[in-house]
Design a protein around this ligand. Sequence first.
Ligand code: 4AD
Ligand code: MG
Length: 462
Amino acid sequence: MKRIKVAELLQGTALGQEVLLKGWVRTKRGNKFVNFIAVNDGSTINTIQVVADVQQFNEESLKDITTGACVAVTGTLVESQGKGQSVEIQAKIIEVIGLADPETYPLQKKGHSLEFLREIAHLRPRTNTFGAVFRIRHAMSYAVHKYFNDKGFYYVQTPIITGSDAEGAGQMFRVTTLDVANPPKTETGAVDFSQDFFGKTTNLTVSGQLEGEVAAMALGEIYTFGPTFRAENSNTTRHLAEFWMIEPEMAFYDLADNMELAEDFLKFLVLYALNNCKDDLQFLNDMYDKELLNRLNFVVNNNFERLEYTQAVEILKTAKQKFEYPVEWGTDLQSEHERYLVEKHFKKPVILINYPKHIKAFYMKQNEDGKTVRAMDVLFPGIGEIIGGSQREENYEKLAARIQEMGIHAEELWWYLELRKFGTAPHAGFGLGFERLILFVTGMGNIRDVIPFPRFPKSAEF
Ligand code: 4AD
Ligand code: MG
């Protein structure tokens, strides 16, 4: 017999038929006469109830059906007698595929702390919370590809190992096959990376943007969606050392086009979640954050505020709130400032543009004022920066001058500069931090709980 998943069984289309269910036991309760076994198989947050007549099974075999065990159940799908479910399975055969020792299985009771669950990342997907989060994460990945595919953007795979520090976006992880205990040395005593695997120093990428620009200058509209790595020592609820980023890059877009795309894209993703992840969102809304669904609907239904950095600084300087970090024109905004603008002042998502050039990356298009660049950050409630992007400097001389001014090794970027030499065109793009999106959509409080295997300082278990 073919296995039917719980999500489909619960729809009741197989009512009256004999069915085969496979999954993991969440709970078992009952008495001398009857056992009720709740089984989940990951296809939905809901469990299906299996009813086992104790007389019909020998007691020994029912004993092994404990929380966490994996079972295969053959039985008839019937209308449920009890409350709480519409259908249930009247069991005929129950096979225990995998035992779970009740003495040592860690997920015995409900209500484990998220911190504890992080220590058992190999088992936490079996909880309602993480099942919901990872199903939503899947739906959001699919929605990203759907959005861009439907718009005629091409998915481009950019390299994970890079020979250039894309943008000084933070500390990088070195990739090497040299013997760290005894590396080859040059005459001056420095490590001789010419003997390394690639004949030069290489790192894990912090962004696929620069290679994305190469593709946009040929394919028009592209996006990347891949892992990125930053070795910054930030132990916050919004930073990971390994995270996923979506980076669209578009020929012939200016900053205004870029903002429009970012807003439309985010609204599409949130609406997709609302329409396709109803049960999981409802669970998270009820369990963790009663405002979650309201907040998601609010984002879909309201226009994002567009604001100049300079105006934002004025607002922050006259704010009644005391900030830990003072604000002056020229300082980078901290998360407390971003959240003040979004949550207190405008009470909606904000797109901040035209930042001072010295706090932004070398490739951003310089404005006529000589002080600012066409940068854009999208700020979200509860998150702060969810997207960072810009129009790019397409003028060869201006870009080369900026690279020199900032002391960046131009020789590593020769190919990037050549894009401005051969058929240059105005273009723009942005990066959406995938886990920050998932944080927002799920309402979870810590970024370590929205990626299956989080990487952060002093932690690379699993
Ligand atoms: O603002 P960032 O550094 O921009 C770039 O990397 C550009 N190359 C993007 C582009 O224009 N194509 O990072 C983009 C986004 C941030 O807005 C944030 O959402 C996320 O990536 N991000 C992180 N997410 C988790 N952990 C970290 N350590 C992150 N650093 C950035
Ligand atoms: Mg940024």
